[in-house]
Design a protein around this ligand. Structure first.
Ligand code: PRX
Length: 626
């Protein structure tokens, strides 16, 4: 493990020279003067004074050498279509989109909310924002109107970009009608909505004077070229909202230069993606994995990126492997839930196609259980690399580094700290480093490396308070994940320390779900916990107290689920709603979520000395096992 260890050591001990070297992987319009300004901890400014542009690095830079190479291949098994764009074609689409956005008044520093299905126009819009220095905030299409409205009010966009609809399992999902609803709820709606019509929602309404038709507008800007805005390295590139312990999502803000360097570097050292090869990331552009490894990193690396609209089992469970064969995919990135879904289908699908182009399959987003890791490794006959990171970090935090050294993989482990991250396992109470084999909180001693979040959008104080305040007296970044390191230095992630749950790789705050449940007029209070689920990893489970004594349980449960669908989206819908007359709380009024969760998973509820009324726990038990 010599070369990985040395690589990691240098990234921390010789930080400036190490990152100055990695920074050569990207194009700098103006060279940076200083590698890192850490004069105001924990705020880190990387590559100070340097000017660059994400879109330039993703597109312009490749035109001379690979203009005719495919840059983006879009495959939709939902509408049975495939569209491909060479670097030249993608460049011209992005320029045209940038011109369209400018014509709608969008300039440098303005926010643009992108609420779109997985279609090439979503990629054009993101890259066009990057080109002109506008700050995109992509909102996952599965979020409902109220969630979208909360993000609109926080970001205050100059423009929203959407489409009439998307499709999932052959069913149309109407995006535009949700946008209309969100804009009614929002206090700070944008003046314009740019609308791409796919012909999926014939009943869609147009709001005159506000909605602008993409296809009509683009006719005015054919062949238009828009120069790149040269941004100082620390200027914001995007905001991506993520769930935490409060009901109010945080806008994770990312820079330009640090992000470009981290992504370019990760493609070389971790993902081993070479220019000219194909990368297939099965995530959605609404999540951080989609930002980093569908859009920016593969393009910065000069690869062909594959964007997929569909599910892994339609038309059959071989579709992803057919894509690997047809497009000679070299690097694939997916999530454990998808693999667990495939595991339920005939393994012959994995043998049906020629997968010889595939170097590695990377999996992240949620814990990868050992049996699933073993199954997919054997079925594929390729290294399957579990790696761990967060929306906040933007790129891997724990991983194997096959581009540095091919270290042996351990099933169920995301291997080692990624270079640049000074990872420590600290005791929850004492804040002291723990011995190997002891469970503790995964932390990073700042400065955070390039590519990580630079602050919470519009709220520097919240950035410090949320992430750096857990170990009093010590300024350390908490991941809010439990971890353990074995005697060989391999890490294992053991779930969250906070009230965040992970449903099929989708990160959700239980408080957000509780607030949504409480929107039902008949609910007095509730507690939502994440319980283990064989397929999705975790599922939300709700315990609610009704305002009245007589109600029909099934009816109220259904109504609550519909309320959650409306407030947050179907991804947050509880598996079940159990009714109780009181919730277990401490004497100071804190709900004992960990105890409820333990009971729901059939474990010991733990220390109950602080409970106000033990009766409440009995009710939870009764509700779970009537
Ligand atoms: O709890 C960890 C879990 O997902 C969280 C981050 O989710 P998100 O912000 O959506 O970013 C996903 C980026 C891949 C983490 O705090 N998580 C992510 N990867 C793993 C994981 N848990 C266990 N093993 C992993 N490989």
């Amino acid at each position: 493990m010599g070369s990985y260890r040395e690589f990691h050591r240098r990234s921390i001990a010789e930080r400036d020279s190490f990152w100055a070297e990695e920074a050569k992987l990207v194009y700098w319009h103006k060279p940076f003067g200083k590698v890192l300004d850490y004069s105001q901890p924990p705020f880190a400014k990387w590559f100070v004074g340097g000017e660059t542009n994400l879109c330039y690095n993703a597109l312009d830079r490749h035109l001379a050498a690979r203009g005719k190479q495919k840059a983006l291949v879009w495959i939709s098994t939902e509408v049975d279509q495939t569209r491909s764009f060479t670097y030249e074609e993608l460049f011209s689409e992005v320029n045209r989109t940038a011109a369209m956005m400018q014509s709608l008044g969008v300039g440098r520093g303005d926010r643009v909310i992108i609420y779109m299905p997985m279609i090439p126009e979503a990629a054009f819009a993101m890259l066009a924002c990057a080109r002109i220095g506008a700050i995109h905030s992509v909102v996952f299409g599965g979020f409902a109107a109220a969630s979208l409205a909360a993000r609109i009010d926080d970001a205050r966009p100059a423009l929203m970009i959407t489409a009439d609809g998307g499709s999932r399992m052959g069913k149309v999902v109407t995006y535009k009608s949700l946008v209309d609803e969100a804009l009614k709820l929002a206090k700070h709606p944008p003046k314009k909505v740019l609308l791409f019509k796919r012909g999926l929602d014939p009943a869609m309404r147009i709001v005159e004077g506000r909605d602008v038709d993409w296809n009509s507008l683009e006719k005015n800007f054919s062949g238009k070229s828009v120069p790149c805005a040269w941004l100082e390295s620390s200027e914001p590139s995007y905001i991506l909202y993520t769930s935490g312990t409060t009901g109010h999502p945080k806008g994770v803000q990312r820079d330009v230069g640090g992000y470009a360097v981290a992504l370019a570097s990760s493609m070389r050292r971790i993902f081993c993606g070479e220019a000219g090869e194909s990368m297939f990331t099965t995530s959605d552009i609404g999540w951080v994995v989609g930002h980093s490894y569908i859009i920016y990193a593969p393009l910065i690396a000069g690869m062909t990126t594959i964007m997929y609209e569909g599910v892994p089992i339609r038309p059959d469970a071989g579709i992803w492997w057919k894509i690997v064969q047809d497009y000679k995919v070299a690097v694939m990135f997916s999530a454990p839930t998808a693999v667990r879904v495939l595991k339920k289908h005939d393994p012959a699908f994995l043998k049906k196609y020629d997968l010889s182009s595939l170097k590695h399959l990377f999996l992240a987003g949620e814990p990868l259980d050992e049996p699933t890791h073993v199954w997919i490794t054997e079925a594929l006959g390729r290294p399957v690399i579990d790696h761990y990171w967060q929306t906040e970090t933007g790129w891997p935090l724990l991983s194997a580094h096959p581009g540095v050294e091919k270290t042996p993989l351990k099933m169920g482990s995301p291997s080692f700290p990624v270079y640049g991250y000074d990872v420590r396992l600290l005791h929850e109470v004492t804040g002291k480093p723990v011995a190997d084999g002891e469970k503790a909180v995964v932390t990073i001693t700042p400065p955070l490396p390039p590519g990580c979040m630079t602050t919470v959008w519009g709220d520097d104080a919240r950035f410090v308070k949320t992430y750096f305040n857990d170990f009093k007296g010590q300024l350390v970044y908490s991941t809010f994940d439990w971890g353990i390191r074995d005697k060989d230095g391999y890490y294992f992630i053991l779930g969250r320390t906070d009230d965040v749950i992970n449903v099929a790789g989708h990160r959700l705050g239980t408080r957000e779900i509780e607030e949504a449940v409480s929107m039902h007029p008949d609910i007095a209070e509730c507690a939502v916990v994440g319980v283990a689920d064989e397929l999705k990893g975790q599922m939300p489970l709700a315990f609610a107290v009704s305002k009245s004594n007589s109600f029909e349980k099934k009816k109220l449960e259904r109504e609550i689920m519909e309320t959650v669908d409306r407030q947050l989206g179907a991804i947050a819908r509880p598996k079940a709603v159990h009714f109780v007359t009181l919730l277990p709380k401490t004497r100071s009024g804190k709900t004992l979520r960990r105890s409820i969760q333990a009971l729901a998973e059939g474990r010991d509820p733990g220390d109950l000395t602080t409970i106000e009324d033990p009766n409440a726990l009995e009710q939870i038990k009764q509700a779970l096992h009537p």
